[in-house]
Design a binder for this molecule. Structure first.
Ligand code: ZN
Length: 679
């Protein structure tokens, strides 16, 4: 649920078939704009922006301004010295007039880019503190050479500033992890995030919030979601993020733009949602936040939509506190037809599934999902960006009012376009015909796989009598992902898909089958360190499916491992038989779930999903390293230019695609930076 993060490290194969929608200009679009460390920075297009109504474009413009105003909040949430550190390095970058061409200055520049990308001095994914590749002496030389008044002295005198940030940057023992998830440690004390004042222990936090939850409250607010916990005179207190509270200066600006957006709301429901959000930012009242979330979920008619607030709790090891984020988007009406067709045919898919009749759902409720185009990303969605979102997070709101599930297709499209020609397919796909099919249909196949997996796969089937659903324990999530994947794989090659217009022909399925088997048997190992087995449940599921089908089809050579010039390749020889195998495994996995057969589930996962062949693993890692691909990607935003009429009224919005990461980051730090260095 929640946020789906792309792990498209190995998917140089997700190549586009929807290119014609995007590439209206004759010049080839430059997708990648920067590359440093383990990161590449891309940009995305906003197709069809110009065909929106003027009011919609203006609404997007105002919401986008609001999306940029909370950037500093996230920096401060991630670590208490992130803002003074970022500002010190930005001052050096802008005002140092010594030699900038030497290697030492270059690594300082790289360090600053890494801060911008991660919204702080800890890696956005591993959470480890960055190791500076320059010396403390050189850093001091740089700082001392620029005019003193360019430094963030709102933090304190220059000595005080350096005394605080130098150990934070250079001492590897200090603040070494942003989020510590080691259950054997005090996860609060050992995390550098700024949601709890230093010195507060995990036990104190747990007791503080434990007391708040009333057991008979069936619609509880998300306690602790929008505050920092501090200790005053020995007593724990919440400093709430709201107007006239903590982060007030940034929230004031967010409110300014939300108020501007209000008259352009597309309908009364959206207007009500915006009003509730505004009132929540003013009061900090979490009950109002829930009201807002309910209204926001109910608004399914607006084409323009947005997320703006304290939403996801990944940054807090205990999951109470939410980071600030924003996404401004509009529905991709054409692509959403795809999810609508799938929902319409949901009952047919269920009735014709290869699972035992007694485990089939008699009445399938269509699942609503839409495909969106983002226009601006902010806070914790930027520069690293999700490819799908499912909100709100509140359990009772999901239970009583449902949720919105979205696929962000202009982002997945940018990923696949940027991966074109990176050499991955040439290295790992043996047959030209497979490469061509992947090139042509990879994107469509991937999007459909996700739609079928999310909209239908997880929701299909029923439990047998007396089965509660938690019988599979630690194997449950792997088997559940396998069930959803198998549902998608099985139906992708069904002639029905062509009949109802979801795919032009079955080559789409062949592209997905070849890629899935290669990934599951081999290339997903690029994400695993040598000597380690497969642990993550999505990866276990893919391995399980691929290994099981490989073994079952061995006698008939359905899937083959071919070694050529010392390189191993996975090749599908018989796509029809492979589909039958997917169906057989789906039937078995459904039986395991419906009957709660722990023993059978365990042996499936342990036998097929876990153990790594070290020789093949080594080979894959070596081949991948030689390609020199960056495993992580993020984005810069397009620029939305307001167009004013003679009377000074906003009459239109124009879009521009900049191509300089540093420029955008410096601009945001200049024009959208509202918080003091110490909060
Ligand atoms: Zn899933």
């Amino acid at each position: 649920m929640k946020k789906t993060i792309s792990l498209m490290i190995t998917t140089g194969l997700l190549t586009g078939s929807v290119a014609e929608v995007y590439n209206k200009n004759s010049d080839p679009f430059k997708w990648q704009v920067d590359r440093f460390d383990d990161v590449k920075v891309l940009r995305y297009q906003v197709p069809d922006f110009d065909s929106l109504k003027t009011e919609q474009k203006i609404l997007i413009y105002y919401l986008s301004q609001a999306a940029l105003c909370g950037r500093d909040i996230l920096y401060d949430q991630n670590f208490k010295y992130n803002l003074p550190i970022r500002r010190t390095f930005e001052a050096v970058y802008k005002y140092y007039d010594g030699d900038r061409s030497n290697d030492e200055f270059k690594v300082v520049e790289k360090y600053l880019k890494k801060i911008w990308f991660a919204n702080g001095i800890h890696h956005h994914y591993s959470m480890d503190k960055f190791v500076p590749e320059f010396s403390e002496e050189y850093f001091e030389l740089l700082v001392n050479s620029i005019p003193k008044d360019k430094l963030p002295l709102d933090f304190g005198k220059k000595d005080e500033l350096l005394a605080a940030i130098k150990p934070a940057i250079f001492d590897p023992e200090l603040y070494s992890k942003r989020v510590c998830l080691d259950p054997d440690k005090d996860m609060i004390v050992n995390s550098a995030m700024n949601y709890y004042e230093e010195g507060i222990t995990q036990k104190e936090v747990e007791e503080f919030y434990c007391d708040m939850v009333k057991p008979d409250d069936h619609t509880p607010v998300s306690y602790g979601l929008n505050s920092r916990l501090v200790k005053e005179d020995g007593e724990l207190k919440e400093r709430v993020w709201k107007l006239c509270g903590l982060y007030s200066q940034a929230i004031d600006k967010i409110l300014f733009w939300l108020n501007k957006a209000l008259p352009y709301a597309e309908n009364d429901m959206q207007k009500a949602a915006l009003q509730e959000l505004i009132s929540y930012y003013k009061s900090g009242d979490l009950k109002t936040f829930d009201d807002y979330s309910v209204t926001w979920v109910k608004d399914t008619l607006s084409q323009v939509d947005f997320v703006n607030g304290f939403i996801e709790t990944y940054g807090d090891p205990l999951g109470y506190k939410a980071s600030w984020e924003s996404i401004v988007n509009f529905k991709n009406i054409e692509a959403t037809k795809r999810t609508e067709i799938i929902s319409e045919w949901a009952q047919w898919f269920e009735d014709n599934s290869p699972i035992d009749d007694k485990f089939k759902k008699k009445e399938v409720r269509g699942v609503s999902a839409k495909v969106i185009t983002v226009a601006t990303l902010g806070g914790d969605c930027f520069p690293p960006t999700p490819i799908g979102i499912n909100l709100p997070n509140s359990d009772w709101i999901r239970r009583d009012h449902g949720s919105k599930s979205v696929t962000i297709e202009n982002i997945t499209h940018a990923y696949s376009e940027a991966a074109k020609g990176d050499g991955f397919a040439e290295e790992f796909v043996l047959r030209a015909e497979d490469r061509e099919r992947m090139e042509k249909y990879g994107s469509l196949a991937d999007n459909l796989h996700t739609d079928l997996h999310e909209c239908l796969g997880h929701g299909s089937g029923i439990l047998g009598p007396g089965v509660k659903g938690d019988e599979l324990k630690n194997y449950g999530s792997t088997l559940e992902e396998a069930r959803a994947d198998l549902f998608a794989l099985y139906y992708l090659a069904d002639p029905k898909m062509v009949e109802i217009g979801l795919i032009p022909n079955l080559d789409v399925a062949k592209a997905e089958y070849a890629k899935y088997m290669m990934n599951g048997l081999m290339t997903q190992l690029t994400r695993i360190q040598p000597g380690i087995n497969v642990e993550e449940s999505h990866m276990r599921n893919r391995k399980l499916i691929a290994e099981w089908c490989y073994e079952r089809g061995h006698a008939e050579n359905v899937v083959e491992k071919i070694v050529q010039d010392g390189k191993t390749y996975v090749v599908v020889n018989d796509f029809d038989k492979l589909r039958i195998l997917f169906g057989e495994l789906l039937r078995e996995v459904q039986r395991i779930k419906s009957e709660g057969d722990f023993g059978a589930g365990k042996s499936l996962v342990e036998n097929y999903g876990v153990k790594v062949d070290p020789v093949l693993h080594n080979e894959v890692l070596e081949r991948y390293a030689r390609l020199d691909l960056a495993p992580y990607s993020g984005f810069i935003n397009p620029i939305l230019h307001p167009v004013y009429g003679d009377d000074g009224k906003l009459i239109d919005v124009e879009i521009e695609y900049p191509d300089n990461f540093t420029k955008q980051m410096l601009w945001y730090s200049e024009d959208y930076s509202y918080l003091p260095s110490k909060n």
